[in-house]
Design a binder for this molecule. Structure first.
Ligand code: NAD
Length: 365
């Protein structure tokens, strides 16, 4: 099969491309090699054809689409900084241009696989003793400022418990999540209307070796490991008890492969089904790295973060996919890989300062 991977020079794209090449598929990559993921041309696996270009430019899509039958759309902009318009220019407009070209009928594309995110759920599903299943509102900054982390029931205001969240209700709490949902809606609506098959994969927190440490703006393991490589304890957001589902990049690449080669159209969560507190991830890292330090939780928080993310993976499991790697192996592999990387110093403090300067990361009073 001929497959185009946008963002194929990135973390998930390269792994997906490698897996496709192993199975004798043909792989083209459309990528503008932009920072922070790249600080120079990457060494792409042999066999991948690179079209250096931008998904905001029609002519670059045209160069890359050629005879490709499937587009795995991973190129995007993602961060928590107040770069709201950039999120929509790249994520939504870039996707809309693809559909304009598909409708002109000059391509061979019959299926789109969109790399999306569990950030489209926002707080996801919770249970209230009084009101049953509820979907909390985004947490208010004036409440976070007081160091109150758990969202209240949106109906009675009482305490609620996080539940696993299936694919049905989307309510993003960040501009990134909103821009990914806009991307999803375009793919769903225009795909159905114009006969292009689509699969949306909502990844949990993807981890693994090769995750660009240059992008120290998000990614709990990457940030904690980068600090540890400089002899500093992991500095966690909130109280560290936020739940996240950390999924290995190799497992994500296998899910992409399944979506390329035949998953029934629809949206699927891609995660392990075993959520962990961020503080447990940090403790696992400290144990593996054999450092006598403790995670620090001085009450910092990131505006737009959901408190917990606990995705339901039963839909994808029913299709025969299951995560194979666990937290321990993911952390070990990343830590070992990170220590072999050059120039870690260059990226260490810049991201943190920028997040604080722009009010993206704040400290509770
Ligand atoms: N890594 C995660 O934890 C995670 C979690 C959920 C969803 N996702 C989604 O997975 C996809 C891939 O993420 P990743 O972790 O591999 O990110 P990454 O930053 O490693 O890769 C993204 C790639 O897209 C390219 N790119 C960015 N803007 C572009 C543009 N305008 N035109 C062409 N190329 C452009 C970058 O150069 C980069 O190579 C994204 O859509 C992201 O939203 C990732």
């Amino acid at each position: 099969m001929r497959v185009l991977i946008t963002g194929g020079a990135g973390f998930i794209g390269q792994r997906t491309g490698q897996l496709l090449l192993k199975q004798a598929h043909q792989v083209t990559v459309l990528d503008n090699l932009s920072p922070p993921a790249h600080d120079g041309p990457p060494a792409l696996p042999a066999g991948m054809e690179l079209v250096e270009g931008d998904i905001r430019k029609r002519e670059d899509w045209v160069k890359a689409l050629k005879e490709n039958e499937v587009v795995v759309h991973l190129a995007d902009y993602h961060d928590y900084l107040p770069s709201f318009s950039k999120l929509f220019h790249i994520n939504a407009v870039g996707t809309a241009i693809l559909f304009e070209l598909l409708l002109e009928g000059k391509t061979s594309v019959r299926r789109i696989v969109l790399g999306s995110t569990t950030a489209v759920y926002g707080e996801g599903k919770y249970r209230c003793g009084k009101d049953g299943d509820v979907y909390p509102l985004p947490r208010r900054v004036d409440v976070l400022e007081r160091g109150v982390w758990d969202p209240p029931c949106p109906i009675c205001g009482g305490a609620i418990t996080p539940m696993i969240t299936d694919e049905s209700v989307t309510r993003p709490t960040s501009a990134y999540g909103l821009s990914k949902l806009a991307q999803e809606d375009l793919v769903r609506l225009l795909g159905d209307r114009h006969g292009i098959e689509w699969v949306i994969l909502r990844y949990g927190a993807v981890q693994g070796k090769g995750q660009p440490f240059q992008n120290a703006y998000y990614g709990a393991l990457r940030i904690a490991a980068l600090r540890l490589a400089h002899g500093q304890a992991p500095l966690l957001l909130e109280d560290g008890n936020q739940l996240r589902d950390f999924v290995d990049v190799e497992d994500v690449a296998r899910a992409n492969l399944a979506a390329i080669t035949g998953l029934p159209p629809g949206a699927y969560n891609v995660a392990t089904g075993r959520a962990h507190a961020v503080i447990d991830l940090a403790r696992t890292l400290l144990r593996i790295a054999e450092r006598d330090l403790a995670p620090e939780t001085p009450g910092r928080y990131r505006v737009g973060d959901p408190r917990h993310v606990v995705p339901d993976v039963s839909r994808l499991k029913a299709e025969g996919w299951e995560a194979q790697s666990g937290l321990e192996a993911m952390v070990r592999e990343y830590w070992q890989w990170l220590q072999q990387q050059p120039n870690l110093d260059t990226y260490f403090e810049g991201a943190d300062h920028l997040m604080e300067r722009t009010g993206t990361v704040r400290v509770a009073r």
